[in-house]
Design a protein. Structure first.
Length: 119
């Protein structure tokens, strides 16, 4: 996750769901502040894929419990916080809007360039 932009107005969770943004930019919402995310690439993406594959292989119920990469996790609708961890391992699927509301394991991979910006 990148650092939240201080010059943008706060938005509610519902406003965030309607927000279009730029086509090639993914966003998170942290306490009502919009956060543009850099796409994972290189070593970071390979680590996330390896972690997801490992969690899938170790799942006791692979038809129900699986790893998701790039899925958004609703932390708090009332606090307007929606994050996109590198890997989510969950036994409940995303809702009809593609949002995750619970997770058994959340993995965030830190790199020297992003470690200080993570919340």
């Amino acid at each position: 996750m990148a650092r939240a932009s201080g010059d943008l107005p706060r938005m509610s969770f519902e406003e965030f769901l309607r927000f279009e943004g730029e086509m090639d930019v993914r966003y998170e919402l942290y306490q009502g502040k919009l956060v543009a995310m850099a796409p994972p690439h290189g070593r970071h993406a390979r680590i996330a894929q390896s972690v997801g594959n490992l969690l899938d292989r170790r799942s006791s119920d692979p038809d129900r419990c699986m790893a998701y990469q790039g899925a958004g996790l609703v932390i708090s609708e009332s606090d307007a916080t929606y994050l996109v961890p590198d890997v989510i391992f969950a036994c409940t699927p995303p809702d009809r809007r593609g949002l995750m509301h619970s997770a058994a394991i959340i993995v965030e991979i830190l790199s020297p360039s992003t470690a200080l910006n993570e919340f």
